[in-house]
Design a protein around this ligand. Structure first.
Ligand code: ARG
Length: 289
């Protein structure tokens, strides 16, 4: 089905739509996959023995970039560092809320230099920054959701980082424990659709965290294991459009039923590293333009 064309410079910040869902124009930071590859394994999806098609990865990544631009969103780019094949996953580069930037501090040495590289990008542009004391992998584990900051732990982000983020951003943190190694970052198990609504795969969370999610989001869209395995939760929502892997068909149906407009973006080459649409996208909330 054809989507109505959205001008690159949307005239109004908010576009009211008949389905009741409202898109808000966003700013995103992305990193070109120039040096993308799978040469080490730090999650169960990564197999260095399996070849990666660099040219296809580039085309798929550009497809995501163009999809954002076609919806009127503004995308900024950071220069990729040679020798850092995972830097394309910009979501892990920092957390940005209200123009304040908490730097990332990576769990694994293979990605360590990415934290300072992203931090420098923000410093050079005049953002208020904090160099993180505790290990955290940016928006991989921190998802801003209206009044709360949802925070993952268990595989990458140190639970002590949650306090640091809570103080720095001045937002109450809801800590969530991930228990399934396939869903090692919060953004592989849960997506924020708007300030009030999320979708998630319960099996990725501890029993206690499942209880927290049920209380906070009684109306949440519940993903199946197949949705989660297809990385359907690694989705980027602007409040109406939800960019996500096309293989998560059940989740797409659920989203349509709730008035959202899911848009399939194929990122199969990036999936070989355990990432998809959300992993490639860091939202810039507030701050200098
Ligand atoms: N290969 C990367 C890693 O394991 C993938 C990161 C995916 N990013 C994300 N936001 N979930 O660190």
């Amino acid at each position: 089905p054809e989507r109505p064309a959205v001008p690159a410079q949307a005239p109004a910040a908010r576009a009211a739509t008949p389905g009741g869902r409202t898109a808000r124009t966003r700013r995103y930071l992305m990193c070109p996959p120039t040096h993308f590859d799978v040469v080490y394994s730090i999650n169960p999806w990564m197999d260095p023995g399996k070849p990666v098609d660099g040219a296809l990865a580039r085309l798929q990544w550009e497809g995501l970039l163009r999809a954002f631009q076609a919806l009127g969103h503004r995308v900024e780019l950071i220069e990729p560092l040679p020798g850092y094949p995972d830097m394309v996953f910009a979501a892990n580069g920092a957390t940005v809320i209200g123009g304040k930037v908490l730097s990332a501090r990576f769990r694994h040495a293979e990605r360590a230099a990415e934290g300072p590289a992203y931090l420098e990008w923000f410093r050079a542009r005049g953002y208020e920054t904090r160099e993180a004391v505790h290990v955290n992998e940016g928006e991989g584990d921190y998802l801003a959701a209206g009044r709360y900051l949802l925070a993952g732990t268990g595989f990458r982000t140190d639970v002590r980082s949650h306090r640091e983020a809570e103080r720095f951003f001045g937002l109450p943190v809801a800590g969530l424990r991930l228990v399934d190694p396939r869903f090692y970052h919060l953004d592989t198990a849960l997506a924020v659709l708007d300030d009030e609504l999320i979708m998630y795969y319960p099996g990725a969370f501890s029993r206690e965290s499942q209880g927290v999610l049920r209380v906070l989001y009684p109306d949440a869209i519940i993903a199946t294991e197949a949705d989660a395995e297809a990385f359907g939760l690694n989705a980027v929502s602007d409040g109406r459009h939800v960019l996500m892997p096309p293989a998560a068909t059940h989740l797409m149906d659920e989203l349509r039923e709730r008035g959202f407009e899911p848009i399939g973006v194929e990122l199969s080459e990036l999936l070989k590293s355990g990432g998809s649409a959300k992993c490639c996208t860091l939202e810039l909330r507030g701050g200098p333009r």
